[in-house]
Design a protein around this ligand. Structure first.
Ligand SMILES: Nc1ncnc2c1ncn2[C@@H]1O[C@H](COP(=O)(O)OP(=O)(O)OP(=O)(O)O)[C@@H](O)[C@H]1O
Length: 581
């Protein structure tokens, strides 16, 4: 397979780029002008008490329906009240209604969309039914019914509008979450042992800002139309208090003789609705420009347990981890295909074991299956795996959560994309540390610094406030190792951890792993296709080909006296190694 990520740094910085593009409206004149107009009108409405030249209720009947003048810039209405002052004050219930509807729309749409997309299963199905209901109901009829029940309350009508309209947002958020779940930094957060709630709040939610902003902008226009429409109908606002919809209604009655009155009252609503629409279009175009193919996932949720042999073999005594008659298969249309077959091996405490083989030989699948992290169509089809004598094959998701990060740590193939680009190194380290230690901020910070010291990063204090893109590849790799060590696992699985690094940094990272093993007694499984790494670091080697173990033994034995042709060919295909032997 290749449970590989797209090449860095594209996926890691996609979200940052998307966010910056969304706020970079300078090059998009129409959305930028629209945004400026919306802000200007909102500010004027908020400051109505200061800006309005007259009391909006003050009547001057002799001056009724006079056109624009120095005294009344936008003229007067049928009772001689100043139109500008009434527009400024009337904007307050209009914008308050829009803000309320937006709040409910966002909360409902985002929360239900995230839950449906992230949790899937029955939650997704239930949310789907709710969305279908929202879409099928006639919104306006329901809002009028709510107004009748709640004594013409604008609050009730806007809350109802927000809820009913959120169906579309739920669908959009749900599909965005499905894509975000495939991001490697989300996968890495799962491996670290973070709870679903925390992953949704910290790693999924920030990635939704783009699509949610687009929908908010479009819905603002709808909410404004509904609010002013209700005002026009004389419901949801009580005269003589000014309201934009009410003013349009009043102007419509005298439109043939006094068209200017309708022009300014209807004009502000029309212009704002257009501005919301243009802003939404601009945001959508920018989001589309920055959209890239989703990165390949490191893994998906584990498959259900199935097909394990009825009588488990016994664990190897004293071994940190042992696997026996271990098989992993994948479901496809043609049934289950076993890609890893009859593995029998063990790793001792403090040992470094190399898992070697060509691409597709089953190394990553074997490693991920131990953490319950196979793609959704994969499962352990036979045999058992034991961690310190305890059977860990085919556990439930909750049981695996207790193992990930705490008993077994994983360093994924792509360190650059295992970190969330929106959070500092300090945030990401303390987030994982908080899982394992119920301590205050200061104590967690001290632990984070200690971990950065352990992975030999210079000046760790300064690093805590840095973002991943400010670090070199070698430094990122060390941070990822530090995060994997946060739960003090007894076994660390390092999947191709030096592949993307240059030779000098590679050597430093290998030294670091050796040093960590010596100091902590941790066992380390090094998954690699690089025999040089194995020769340098590993005590024992396991050679895999086409899902099976071809040969295993001490590193020196394997390199100096291989017994199998496949191993001999593998060694001879690494010229530098041959020279060194
Ligand atoms: N979701 C899947 N469905 C079907 N087959 C899969 C799936 N995931 C992996 N495989 C198969 O499992 C086999 C082993 O893949 P694995 O990634 O473990 O290889 P690897 O030895 O780690 O190679 P690499 O070094 O390239 O990652 C591959 O032949 C692949 O086709």
């Amino acid at each position: 397979m290749s449970i590989q990520a797209a090449s860095p740094p594209t996926p890691a910085f996609r979200k940052l780029r998307q966010l910056s593009a969304l706020v970079d409206l300078r090059h998009n004149a129409v959305p930028a002008i629209s945004l400026a107009f919306i802000l200007l009108v909102s500010l004027a409405v908020v400051l109505a008490d200061v800006l309005a030249p007259y009391d909006p209720l003050h009547q001057d009947l002799p001056a009724a329906l006079s056109g624009p003048s120095a005294a009344h810039w936008l003229g007067t209405d049928t009772l001689g009240r100043d139109v500008l002052s009434r527009l400024l004050h009337g904007g307050q219930p209009a914008l308050a209604g829009v803000v309320l509807a937006l709040g409910v729309f966002t909360a409902c749409g985002t929360a239900l969309g995230i839950l449906a997309g992230y949790l899937g299963g029955w939650v997704d199905r239930c949310v789907g039914i709710v969305v279908d209901m929202f879409m099928a109901l006639p919104n306006m009829v329901i809002i009028l019914a709510v107004l009748a029940v709640f004594s013409q309350s604008q609050t009730a009508s806007m809350i109802t509008l927000g809820v009913l309209a959120s169906g579309n947002l739920i669908r959009i958020v749900r599909s965005s979450v499905l894509a975000l779940k495939e991001e490697l930094y989300v996968s890495a957060a799962v491996v670290s042992g973070l709870t679903d709630a925390r992953i949704m709040a910290r790693h999924i939610l920030p990635g939704l800002i783009g699509p949610v902003l687009v929908q908010l902008s479009i819905f603002s226009g709808v909410a404004l139309s509904v609010q002013t429409g209700l005002g026009f109908l004389g419901v949801a606002s009580k005269p003589p208090a000014p309201s934009w919809g009410g003013m349009v209604g009043e102007a419509a009655e005298v439109m043939s003789a006094h068209g200017f009155f309708l022009l300014v009252t209807g004009g502000i609503i029309t212009l704002l609705t257009f501005a919301f629409g243009f802003l939404g279009d601009g945001l959508r175009d920018l989001a589309a420009e920055t959209k890239k193919q989703p990165a390949a996932s490191l893994f998906r949720k584990p498959a259900a347990r199935g097909g394990l042999s009825a009588l488990p073999p016994a664990p190897v005594p004293g071994a940190r981890l042992s696997v026996q008659d271990y098989c992993v298969g994948f479901h496809s249309d043609g049934g289950v295909k076993e890609t890893v077959r009859n593995l029998n091996w063990a790793i001792q405490p403090g040992e470094i074991l190399g898992l070697v083989g060509e691409s597709g030989s089953g190394k990553t699948v074997t490693a991920l299956s131990l953490l319950g992290l196979l793609p959704s169509n994969g499962e352990v089809t036979g045999g058992r795996a034991y961690l310190d004598g305890k059977d860990i094959s085919g556990l439930s998701e909750t049981q695996y959560e207790d193992i990930r990060g705490k008993e077994i740590g994983l360093i994924s193939q792509e360190p650059m994309v295992a970190l969330d680009p929106s959070f500092t190194i300090g945030d990401q380290l303390t987030e994982v540390l908080r899982l394992h230690h119920r301590e205050n901020r200061q104590a967690l910070k001290a632990r984070a610094l200690d971990l950065l010291h352990q992975v030999q990063l210079p000046q760790p204090e300064g690093l805590l406030s840095k973002y991943p893109h400010e670090l070199s590849g070698g430094m990122i790799q060390r941070v990822v190792i530090a995060i994997a060590l946060a739960g003090s696992p007894k076994l660390l699985i390092a999947d191709e951890l030096t592949t993307a690094l240059d030779v000098t940094v590679q050597a430093e990272i290998l030294d670091l792993l050796r040093d960590l093993r010596d100091r902590t007694g941790m066992s380390i499984i090094v998954v690699t296709h690089d025999l040089g790494v194995v020769a340098d670091l590993c005590d024992r080697v396991l050679i895999m080909s086409q899902g099976e173990i071809v040969e295993q033994g001490g590193t020196e034995d394997i390199f100096y006296s291989p017994t199998r042709d496949y191993t001999k060919k593998l060694i001879s295909s690494t010229p530098n190694l041959v020279k060194a032997l």
